[in-house]
Design a protein around this ligand. Sequence first.
Ligand SMILES: Nc1nc2c(ncn2[C@@H]2O[C@H](COP(=O)(O)OP(=O)(O)OP(=O)(O)O)[C@@H](O)[C@H]2O)c(=O)[nH]1
Length: 418
Amino acid sequence: MPMKVLIIEDSSTNIGLLKKLVEMAGLEAVLTTSLTAARHVFIHSEPEDYLCAIVDYDLPDAPHGEAIDYAINSYIPTIVSTGRLDEDIRHGVLSRDVVDYIPKENAQMYDYLMRLLARLQKNKHISVIVVGPKRIERKATAALLRRHNFITFECATAREADNLLAEHTNVKLLFVNSAIEDQSATQFVAGLRKRYSKEELAIVGITDDPNSLLAARFIKSGANDFIGRPYCHEEFLCRVNQNIELIENVETIRRTANTDYLTGLPNRRHFFYTVNKYQRNQPAHQALALVDLDFFKAINDTHGHDAGDTVLQATAKSIALHCADFIVARFGGEEFCIYMPDVSAAEAIEAMQSLCSIISSAPVQFNNIELAVTASIGLTTIPGHNIELMLTHADKLLYEAKQSGRNRVVHDAPLTTR
Ligand SMILES: Nc1nc2c(ncn2[C@@H]2O[C@H](COP(=O)(O)OP(=O)(O)OP(=O)(O)O)[C@@H](O)[C@H]2O)c(=O)[nH]1
């Protein structure tokens, strides 16, 4: 079920626009036109059902931001929309615990709102650690982050921060105060940088003395960024988002570079990288299979290239599902590769024979036509071979499978294991 967004807005034009934006973000818009109506709707709800509220600053029954207080006190992260933005209103908005504000007059701001909604959804899965000697300051920073839906952890020392990092895998951002007590903050940052790259973990240094040289020292020690206290909330948010987005962009580039565009399976490059990592541990058992669709050219020639693509996607799905414990990749064309670490020859033979049957017994649907598909599989199970040698062997066995009639597995396991 999609999460909800509570909209409290009295202008019918804006309410329609906000509804559309919220729905475009894959969320459910709950529309109310006054504070009274919002109270009525929300009384039957749980705060957990709501991703956030978008609240008009100035409503007929709440002219001074009272609806904002209502949403915040109901534990819903609150975004304020406002038609006027003089210094008084800006101060009135930012003195409350809001996520952000959007001035209504600017069309660009709706684009900003879309990004904010996406950000709030993603942040629910991102952890941030705040390290600093003073409890009250840590709590204030963590509260600011929680407003944006981040999962937060706080600690006083570098040692505790190390433990938190070891315990939690989805930490993407770490704030460290320059005055931590058990280690110099810059040494701590330099140590972290040996273990976590800038694209894995963003580190932001904090100092109470913005005029010190600490900013440069933090950055030179490997911090991604630096911020002085007391924070300007808007600057704080911009820096948090910028650092998280950088990490996400690198993740996207990495994922794209490692993935086959048509099937979504890992590509050849990623396959080699992963298998090499496994082989460093010299597994006692290992097997490798090359899976090649039979007469695939005929499917393209008879039904068109889109039909061929659909068959490749369906086959990739079957392989991924059936070989979830193995490392699989699309090698190119109609050829897939499966590396099976720590499985005996007998288990590998059984897994590949069953894959072969699964492919041949499930014709692929394309434009109301059933396309029969079969695959030939070359499987090598000889221990101790490196990946290149395994591929050469599997390729020869695949050739034998094709020559001896297709739709079969040919392997090199000794007779005793069969
Ligand atoms: N639709 C589609 N076709 C592709 C793609 N990549 C390669 N092909 C086609 O796959 C076909 C492979 O043909 P062949 O190498 O002759 O293999 P085959 O017809 O399966 O014959 P055997 O392997 O001997 O059973 C070629 O026609 C390629 O153009 C792709 O991404 N999509």
